[in-house]
Design a protein around this ligand. Sequence first.
Ligand code: ADP
Ligand code: ZN
Ligand code: ZN
Length: 723
Amino acid sequence: MKIAHVIIDRMARGLDRAWSYVIPEGMDIRVGHRVHVPFGKGETLGIVTAVYEYGTPDSAADVVLKPVLNVVDPVPVLSAVMIELGMWMAEEYLCFPIQAYKAMLPRNIRLRPFSAPTQELCQVVGQRQGRPSKRQQLWDILAERGPLLKEELLREMPEMRQVLRDLVKEGTVVINRVDSASPSFPVVKGHRSPFTLNEEQMHAVTTIVEAAPGSKWLLEGITGSGKTEVYLQIIETIVQQGQQALVLVPEIALTPQTVRRFQSRFGQAVGLWHSSLTDSERAKTWQAVRDGHLAIVVGVRSAIFLPFRDLGLIVLDEEHESTYKQEEHPRYHTRDVAFWLADKTGTKVVLGSATPSLETAFYARQGLIGWIRLTRRIGTRTLPPVEIIDMREELQEGNHSIFSRALQQALTRALDRGEQGILFLNRRGYASFVMCRDCGQAVQCPHCSVTLTYHQDQNKLMCHYCFYTIDPPTACPHCGSRRIRYFGAGTERIVEEVMKLWPGTRVLRADRDTLSSRHSYYQLYDDFVNRRADVLVGTQMIAKGMDFPHVSVVGIVAADVALHLPDFRRSERTFQLLVQASGRTGRGDLPGVVIVQAYEPEHFAIQSAATHGYDDFYNQEIQYRRELGYPPFGNLWLLEVADASEQKAKETIHRIFEKVTGLMEMGIEVLGPAPAPLPKVRGRFRYHVLLKGAKNPRIMAVLSEIERDELSCSITVDPYYML
Ligand code: ADP
Ligand code: ZN
Ligand code: ZN
């Protein structure tokens, strides 16, 4: 008698363990199958996580077992590796296993039975007839190349569709449906690379191609150093060896050029995976990956769960981007999952960035992962000079505009010459704190050395760690200046200012409000690159991977606003934004200049961005992380309560606080309880407690108990945003 362990589709604490059921005689059930099982008074859907013979030690607790009712799909929907990954995720990210499994399956595969993978194989029968016609031509091709997949054949020769039908009718070709148990990739007929790699690129490609299975790499290369070309060439080898490759990008809509490069190199062998796909497109791509019809996928983070048959390589492009962290359950980080897959399945992982996350840079420097650097830009192009403007001086000298004189001059010159400019605004950090325009200081908590956050609804400044609350001051506590205010200048303000200073200028605005759909993003890119506008004003969403050859000025309006956020990654993010934004110019034949406006220009994140010095930045930032025990030196756990009743939310967070105070003895720092920086969201009051320290079994036990008992509490491991 065989027993199946089944995780049922109920998200309730206590029900999230694997339940045992008897597999009826003759029912084919394997790990990863979906099944219906009796549960309580009714029945429920579940996923099989283990199958074993009754009587083995595992089954000791199985007393009287009910049978599985039926199997949903002819083949398992998840591989054994994915089942194991789900278990790991449940533990690591404190979620229900079923949440992990659901995240791995596209919606309509979740809802419907799923077909077995089959392929249509075209094969000749009989003898050559020898007549000069299209029919004969196709017959000859099939005879010579052996049985070919219909899909692949028609992809290669779409004009032969009718001819193939005729041959089948004639009886000289047959099409068989076969179970595609073994991988069969389309022949990747890509265009070969038009480039000869430079020495650094060549070294990168050979090193990674020849590396052991499961190896992990940081490919650290300045913008324009040819990282994408390196990915392309490694992938060429991977697919030639019959393996699949996955290229992850932070956001498909924001990286149209990268996507196009993969498509033009590998054509139909490339599938896309992103949030604008319809349910049926999703299901189709999912199956095509499983059946081996797609050799390469370019996609966003959830593509990491696609059912690859034999994944040889995972690339995380712009690996530092926060979109690789999922904010909802299961709150996984794509990099962690990629590393897990590397260890488990031998897939190689390449993390690419000009500005790696501190974690990745640290692992590379410690030798925990491989480290390859590309230090030169392709061709003769150089990184643009960066000029830092101290906005306090501008004020002292009577310039009250949000644009410094240097930026005004540079933009005027560019516009006169018919060149383009980009103005960046760092959206994070606006209007949430109070800053002095004279000395550049933000108002701080006297107890916690974090910036106080402005709460508009109550017109108060509040510390999110200790609750310290004051009325917004009318004069600067540092220098007494009255030019103190909460900081705010949205993209609209900047557009207005541009129109005022340069009447008649054609301005495009790009932020979350103006760009809601993928279409409008392409439109915007197209409009700007084709010079239907002179100035582009936008937030960080336009700072990534786009080439604008006619841009000769990049202005960063207030580079340091985000340095005051209560966020331990604030310096890292500011540095990354500045470097990425600078990379938007100097890409064509124009030399280009970058003007960085700041109120606290001496900050190392700004200084090192100006010299494009990642090492400088890293060396200072890593010291700060080490001293304060932030990642990569310790973990963070954000315990957050959200409740429609403020009273209840407070009670709960205090109860949770009591449960974690014991951890302080073992060196875990417990911060809070305090209201979340966004204290009320969608009518729910939010409070949090932050834990900081080295991960150990005791902490994990306490946390999983809290996760189990406190229904309104959610726990995020190493949160990206604490807002
Ligand atoms: P990155 O991804 O590091 O920003 P890319 O791979 O996009 O760099 O390369 C920058 C530009 O240089 C692209 O236009 C690319 O087509 C071109 N390029 C890359 N490698 C080479 C090479 N070996 N020879 C000539 N041009 C190259
Ligand atoms: Zn001041
Ligand atoms: Zn405080």
